[in-house]
Design a protein. Structure first.
Lengths: 298, 516, 322
């Protein structure tokens, strides 16, 4: 995805600890936030059903006699060439894509944020190397980087997540470093330093909570990119391995049936779009809700 | 993406295939750029290719696209007809000595290389000598391993001295991997500008875009029916079909049965030819638990070959036994559990000491051929019914090849090239000294003996009997599980006529194909 | 102040060179870590049948027999003399291949950026003219879809539809270069540029909207409005001009990514650009091609970023002054 690796244009103001309940209320009051929350909730419910085994069929069970049937009362969204139930597979695919994306973003979020905080808070000795690595990763074409990493490692969902995670580390470094740099010069952090609070405590108690809003928004948006990147990798034949379905590999497999059995493509395609739209709306909603200026307005 | 032919084999023997997804094909001239030329034929035949030929060196061209493009440019000593019988090529005739250890080739006269030089026995000697030199790293060197020396008593005669009688030699010489090069050309030269005796000569290439050839009016077989050939790279097989629908590409070989089916419904002419290449689940009988015969037989009994074909290839294929060479074809029904027998499979598993089932790691390639992952998923589902868990390890083509060639797997799903001669097909796998025996994972003294007999016997009826024994020995021991062979699909626009497909996937008849 | 500016420029340049060195190390190392090499890629499973002597001869032919540091530094050394290496597979130098492929991708990136700006900026102005109104809603939905539909899905669907129903498929023909045959070239670039541009429109539109909203509430806008500047002129001359910076930055970043990010779209539409060159190089383990091409892409990316930075200073007097 070409648009994948840009930092969110976050306008979250630095220095105002979020008031969680109020933020939630604001989130659900905005149309974007509400729709986003609902869509993401739907996706989550689907994923939980799949993980709990509550799908109409076993997503990998084959019924060769019922291959390539259209949607019906028996198979709600039709079957694929092995006679597997597409509805069940789509739910399982959502679960798998979610797992890959969550792990990828958790990885890049934790590593990237820590690196960004250190680069912002500590001097040149830390900043130099961190920024150098970040620059290199940024200059490497992202899809190519993910592709190469995915090829290098044994292929399973965790290594795909690792590959995608590494690609997104630099974004978290970029979005967190600036705010930390300015926080560091604020009066209350200076005061904390003067008082002699240990650095670890300053970071944990004062710096991290203050950038949590930025990170939250970035996490939401990165999740949507991770879903798209996983799909792109699958499209190039390097996604999650079979038979466990992922949304990307389902689209890849269905591509040749696009004109003869449209339902095989429709279900995973629509699921990807709902998934990504939901995450984007939620991200927008969160950004507005966590922006103190908006708080004043409403 | 589809990169290369599957297993390998040098092309002729095999043929195989596959390009994975690829398509290959040849095409016909297209409406868009037909520069009609003078002479017997006109127009440019545009062939849709899913991958750029990865070498211009015929002696190392195992990739489907490279080999079939180079077949147009180079000539071989012998050729195969559509039934895979040996026919004269650059050697117009030949005779064996009484002990079958000397082969005298009478060369076709008046043949010229495309650079104008005359073809003579000196080129044959030079080519065969270089091919046998390990430094050349010719992929088909093993086909002529029985050749000890080559003489050129006069310009039109070449004499091959053999260490042992070799019944498969003449069929082997038909591969483009043993093409005749001019004695004046180094390999480095031909890898930049091919110079052969074939029906088309090389003109230009734009990497990742196209390779262009033009008709060779001096071709010994006659003047090609089209003025030029262009192999155009369109990376996605479905896009090739789109390109044919819009008339920009006229000819393509399709490998993905699902894509071929869409092509059929859209006004293109589609021929399907049974392919010599075979899909198999290779078992490594030297590794537990597959060193247990009953486990292997249980797997054979648990699998319905037809179901694999129906699901993974949408019904496009036929169940097979080991040998696919037309004259030696195995009967697919002469094997233990010719039809699926789940109860027997379970019994065999209990006898083997695995009443509760077992797990088998299987390597599967992505990108080598279109149906690999589908076959793996169906086999997994079928074996699950008897308690065998097929643990799939999906590898990209390079990682797969690495594991495959090291014999580093318990089971491997593969598409291997077939060959017109069964010795060329399996001698290297199932004899204890074969160069692919490590990959085959199985050999026995009986097989060694049978293969040796088959190679030195020249009577066709006797040979057929020997190879039937070999085939039965392989399936009785479930050395591997042979699944099915698929089709090569040749798609053409309506303006193309005269192309004859070959069971080995070869496009050698393109020069007889005309446009419009 | 001037000295500071020069100092910062020098620092950026040093940073850029270090970054490119890092990219060189990374791409070199990753290629060696991937299973397989050019021998297995070229011969496929047939490479299993090579005898040790044959293998040694091939390793020599592909230059794989030299120690890794020697391979690395001889490659890097060659780069400085303008030699990007030679592709045995393509039978051509990487420089010549790049000279053919790179202009194609740059053209595609420029066209896609134009499409992105043409869709994104007006949408943003429409959207920002009355925040939360109906027009804003529609614009935002379009932007959201552009952001959420994977480009390979749009590309594959578009290609199937146009060739099946309209029997129109310019990309199936032989690729024509812009200067050789502009008419055909532009038709071949149209669909890929539209697909990429549509995806690009989303971030541009969102950035522009935010920026426009911020500027429109700024003091000088209020003053201009008070002075009675005509609304159209107000929008274009004052608003857009002042909101330009973030838009330029975003466009620059996106343009940089397009150079290496058009792989999937190039693949689907058979555009023989730099993305395909790397992808095929990767599949064929053509080390010279992948290494040098990635380095070229990274260099362009770094240059575009420097240029964006420079433009930013030119357009925004505040940055220039500080």
């Amino acid at each position: 995805m070409t648009t994948a690796v840009t930092p969110a244009e976050t306008t979250v103001a630095v220095g105002a600890p979020p008031a969680t309940t109020a933020a939630w209320r604001r989130l659900l009051r905005s149309p974007a936030g509400l729709i986003g929350t609902v869509l993401v909730a739907l996706i989550l419910i689907g994923a939980i059903c799949a993980i709990a085994g509550l799908t109409p069929y076993d997503p990998v069970a084959q019924h060769p006699r019922d291959a390539l049937q259209g949607p019906s009362g028996r198979y709600w969204l039709g079957t694929d060439q092995f006679g597997r139930d597409i509805f069940s597979r789509t739910l399982a695919g959502i679960g798998n894509s979610l797992r890959v994306s969550v792990v990828a973003v958790a990885l890049s979020g934790v590593v990237g944020t820590l690196a960004g905080v250190c680069a912002g808070y500590f001097g040149n000795k830390v900043r130099g190397p961190v920024l150098a690595v970040t620059n290199v990763l940024f200059a490497f074409p992202p899809l190519l980087l993910a592709l190469t990493l995915a090829t290098t490692l044994t292929r399973n969902w965790a290594t795909i997540a690792l590959a995608i995670g590494i690609v997104y580390v630099p974004i978290f470094v970029r979005v967190t470093r600036g705010p930390v740099l300015s926080l560091r010069e604020t009066d209350f952090i200076r005061a904390a330093r003067v008082v002699g609070l240990p650095t670890r405590r300053i970071l944990a108690r004062h710096i991290l909570p203050n950038i949590s809003a930025i990170v939250t928004v970035q996490v939401t948006l990165s999740l949507s990119w991770a879903v798209l990147t996983e799909a792109s990798l699958s499209f190039l034949g390097l996604g999650s391995p079979p038979p466990a379905p992922s949304l990307g590999s389902m689209v890849f497999d269905a591509k040749v049936f696009a004109s003869t059995a449209w339902w095989t493509l429709a279900a995973p395609g629509v699921a990807i779009v709902i998934f990504v739209v939901g995450l984007n709306l939620l991200g927008d909603g969160l950004r507005d809700a966590l922006d103190p200026r908006n708080g004043r307005n409403s | 993406m589809k990169l290369r032919t599957a297993l390998s084999s040098p092309v002729s023997r095999c043929l195989a295939v596959v390009a994975a997804a690829g398509l290959l094909a040849s095409a016909c001239s297209s409406g868009s750029n037909s520069n009609s030329s003078s002479g017997a034929g006109g127009g440019t035949l545009v062939v849709g290719y899913t991958a750029d030929p990865n070498t211009l060196d015929p002696w190392r061209a195992t990739q489907f696209q490279a080999a079939h493009m180079l077949e147009q440019v180079y000539g071989t000593l012998t050729q195969l007809d559509t039934n895979m019988n040996v026919q004269p090529g650059l050697a117009a005739s030949w005779q064996y000595s009484d002990d079958n250890k000397t082969l005298t080739l009478h060369l076709r006269q008046g043949v010229k290389f495309q650079d104008g030089q005359a073809f003579s026995s000196a080129d044959v000697k030079s080519s065969l000598d270089r091919l046998r030199d390990p430094a050349t790293a010719a992929v088909a060197a093993s086909y002529i391993a029985s050749v000890q020396s080559v003489d050129a008593p006069d310009a039109n005669t070449a004499v091959l001295h053999l260490s042992t009688p070799d019944a498969g030699l003449l069929a082997g010489l038909a591969t483009v991997n043993l093409a005749m090069l001019s004695k004046d050309n180094t390999e480095q030269q031909v890898s930049q500008k091919p110079n052969g005796t074939g029906p088309f000569s090389y003109t230009t290439r734009a990497p990742n875009q196209s390779v262009s050839l033009k008709a060779n009016p001096d071709y010994w077989g006659g003047k090609p029916k089209v003025a030029a050939l262009q192999f155009r790279i369109i990376p996605d097989e479905s896009s090739v079909v789109s390109a044919m629908q819009s008339g920009n590409v006229n000819f393509a070989v399709l490998n993905d049965p699902t894509v071929a089916k869409t092509a059929q419904g859209s006004g293109l002419t589609l021929n399907k030819t049974p392919d010599l290449a075979y899909h198999a689940l290779q078992l490594n009988s030297r590794k537990a638990p597959l060193n247990n015969l009953n486990v292997r037989l249980a797997m054979q009994c648990a699998i319905s070959r037809q179901q694999v074909i129906d699901t993974a290839a949408l019904g496009e294929g036929t169940p097979i036994g080991p040998i696919t060479s037309p004259a030696f074809k195995s009967d697919p029904n002469s094997q233990p559990c010719a039809t699926q027998d789940v109860a027997k499979a379970k019994t065999l598993l209990s006898q083997a000491g695995f009443p509760n089932g077992l797990t088998i790691n299987t390597i599967v390639s992505t990108g080598l051929y279109a149906t690999s992952v589908n076959e793996a998923q169906n086999l997994q589902s079928q074996l699950k019914a008897v308690g065998i868990t097929l643990k799939l390890q999906t590898l990209d083509s390079a990682a797969y090849v690495d594991a495959w060639k090291a014999g580093n797997f318990t089971a491997a799903l593969a598409l291997n090239g077939g060959s017109p001669d069964p010795d060329g097909m399996y001698g290297r796998y199932f004899t204890s000294t074969g160069n692919l025996n490590k990959v085959a994972g199985y050999s026995s003294p009986q097989l060694d003996q049978l293969f040796a007999q088959g190679k030195s016997t020249t009577d066709p009826a006797q040979r057929k009997q020997i190879y039937t024994q070999i085939s039965n020995n392989l399936v009785d021991n479930a050395a591997w599980i042979w699944l099915f062979s698929s089709y090569d699909y040749t798609a053409m626009t309506k303006s193309v006529s005269g192309f004859t497909p070959m069971p080995n996937g070869s496009l050698i008849n393109l020069w007889k194909t005309s446009l419009g | 102040m001037r000295r500071f500016a020069r100092h910062s420029l020098t620092r950026r340049l040093v940073e850029a060179v270090l970054t490119l060195f890092g990219v060189a190390v990374l791409v070199f190392a990753m290629l060696r870590a991937i299973p397989g090499d050019q021998i297995t890629a070229t011969l496929g499973t047939e490479s299993a049948a090579l005898s040790p002597d044959q293998l040694a001869s091939l390793r020599d032919y592909y230059g794989l027999d030299k120690p890794l540091p020697v391979q690395f530094f001889s490659w890097l050394g060659d780069i400085f003399t303008g030699n990007l290496g030679y592709s045995q597979r393509a039978g051509e130098s990487v420089l010549a291949m790049t000279e053919s492929a790179l202009p194609i991708t740059i053209e595609l990136a420029i066209l896609a950026t134009i499409v992105g700006l043409v869709i994104g900026v007006p949408l943003a102005m429409l959207s920002a003219s009355r925040p939360n109104g109906a027009r804003d809603g529609v614009s935002q939905v379009i932007g959201l879809l552009a952001l959420s539909i994977p480009n390979f899905l749009i590309a594959a669907t578009l290609l199937t539809l146009i060739s099946k129903y309209a029997h129109y498929n310019p990309n199936a023909g032989e690729f024509q270069h812009l200067f050789a045959n502009p008419g055909v070239n532009l038709q071949q670039m149209m669909f890929p540029a539209l697909v990429l541009g549509f995806g690009l429109a989303a971030p541009i539109m969102r950035t522009a909207r935010t920026s426009l909203l911020e500027v429109s509430t700024a003091d000088f806008m209020r003053t201009a409005r008070g002075k009675g500047v005509a609304p159209m002129r107000l929008r274009v001359r004052h608003l857009l001009h002042n909101a330009l910076n973030p838009i330029i930055t975003m466009t620059g970043i996106q343009f940089g990514y397009l150079l290496g990010g058009a792989i999937v779209v190039e693949q689907i539409f058979s555009v023989p650009g730099i993305g395909q060159q790397v992808l095929v190089g990767m599949q064929q383990k053509d080390y010279a091609v992948v290494q040098s091409t990635v380095l070229v892409i990274a260099t362009l990316f770094v240059l575009v970023n420097l240029l964006t930075d420079f433009l930013y200073r030119v357009v925004d007097p505040r940055v220039r002054a500080s």
